[in-house]
Design a protein around this ligand. Structure first.
Ligand SMILES: *Cc1c(COP(=O)(O)O)cnc(C)c1O
Ligand SMILES: [Zn+2]
Length: 398
């Protein structure tokens, strides 16, 4: 079922057991990655076999951490479409533009990928209950998979999180705690709760398996592009799980001999009101300073500090990519533009990648003949307030 062998710290290299519950590195407090016996997998697996499997992310089960199929919790996550966007591309003077449409996931966002894998593995390792801090979508996804697992769940989210997020967590039976503050404040409360109750905290990159679920976006891109990778990827970046997950996936695919050494240029798109990674990239810093007074309507991007900052910054530099920040106004305009031109009702975070692409093309960082993927990380239907504004700004097509 799985070639999982151990965990390895991404900062100090210390290894630890993958068959007991782990959070961050015990020596240095940084992010742990799951490691697999890829040499053996290379001998035993054939990449051609994967296309014919049922198209959830569990098609990659050998490269995921769950050992016993009986512990797999699925709501049909993953296997999302890679949509060519020729009409939007024409507007932006970009010949080969694709939207990776993550809004089709269960719970309406790509958070389902991470939570499907993390909750499955946590249950396999015997947790009695789960807690998660969230800007909104991770809490909804965690609640859904906890319900599927029959495990109790506590979710901590900012009190101004979208109504849809509060309700989806509640209807799935989670206890929802509204926090006066941001996701970082919610994180502190969640850790206290986990400690007091002996429950497991599935915060972004503070346990090793959500990133394993998110890395499947990288596997899927390789499969969907015929075992090649695009030239550039624009990713709406909060905690950065998807960004670092895809990069990990590309390294694994190369170790398996399924792709070559060429990598896409990776671009982090953030909001002008909360852009710690973009700022640290521009300054040449190794770590990102906390962003004070973080403000943006795109909850997924309202992450003032991320434990995986050094991983993201390394990837942006190694790949020859970069960072770009866009305003909430640009996001709203892009929401109506993408919906009106391509029929995809994107979330504000997804819209940010389109606004970011426009900027990168104008500034000459990207060229119009490159193969470019923008990520729509969630359905715009979860964001009725923003959707109302975007719809008001969208003139009917003549
Ligand atoms: C969480 C979230 C993001 C940011 O994802 P990370 O992988 O944590 O950077 C982007 N968009 C949406 C809709 C989200 O819910
Ligand atoms: Zn370490």
């Amino acid at each position: 079922m799985s070639y999982l062998t151990h965990l390895e710290c991404t900062a100090c290299g210390q290894t630890s057991s993958s068959d007991e519950l782990q959070t961050v590195c015990r020596s240095c407090g940084k992010v742990l990655y799951a490691r697999y016996d890829l040499a053996r997998a290379r001998r035993e697996l054939d990449r051609g076999a994967f296309a014919g499997r049922p198209p959830t992310l569990w098609r990659w089960h050998e490269l995921l951490p769950v050992r016993d199929p009986a512990h797999v919790l699925t709501l049909g996550e993953g296997g999302t479409p890679l949509l060519p966007a020729p009409r939007l591309g024409a507007e932006l003077a970009c010949d080969r533009l694709f939207i990776k449409e993550e809004g089709l996931n269960p719970t309406g966002t790509f958070k389902a990928r991470g939570m499907a894998v993390a909750v499955s593995r946590a249950r396999e390792l015997g947790v009695p209950g789960l807690v998660a801090p969230t800007a909104g979508n991770a809490g909804g996804a965690m609640a859904a998979y906890a319900a599927r697992a029959g495990l109790p769940a506590h979710v901590f989210m900012p009190q101004d999180a979208p109504e849809a997020n509060k309700l989806e967590a509640q209807v799935c039976g989670a206890e929802v705690h509204l926090v006066a503050g941001l996701i970082t404040d919610a994180g502190r409360l969640a850790r206290e709760k986990a400690k007091a109750q002996g429950w497991f905290d599935v915060s972004t990159l503070r346990e090793p398996y959500r990133v394993e679920g998110k890395k499947t976006m990288g596997y899927e891109l390789a499969l969907q592009f015929g075992w090649e990778l695009p030239d550039a990827i624009l990713y709406p970046t909060g905690g950065g799980t998807g960004l670092v997950g895809m990069w990990k996936a590309f390294d694994e695919l190369e170790a398996l001999g399924w792709i070559g050494a060429r990598r896409p240029r990776m671009f982090a798109v953030q909001a002008t009101g909360c852009a710690p990674i973009v700022r640290a990239f521009a300054r040449g810093d190794r770590f990102a300073e906390t962003w004070e007074n973080a403000q943006t309507m795109a909850g997924g991007l309202r992450v003032p500090a991320a434990i995986g900052d050094y991983l993201m910054l390394d990837i942006l530099r190694q790949s020859g990519g970069g960072g770009v920040a866009v305003s909430d106004q640009e996001m709203l305009a892009a929401m109506s533009e993408v919906a009106r031109i391509e029929g995809v009702v994107v979330c504000p975070e997804g819209a940010a990648t389109v606004a970011g692409l426009r900027r990168l093309l104008q500034d000459g960082h990207l060229r119009g003949n490159e193969r470019i993927v923008v990520f729509n990380t969630g359905s715009g239907l979860k964001y009725l307030d923003q959707l109302r504004q975007a719809a008001g700004a969208s003139p009917a097509r003549a």
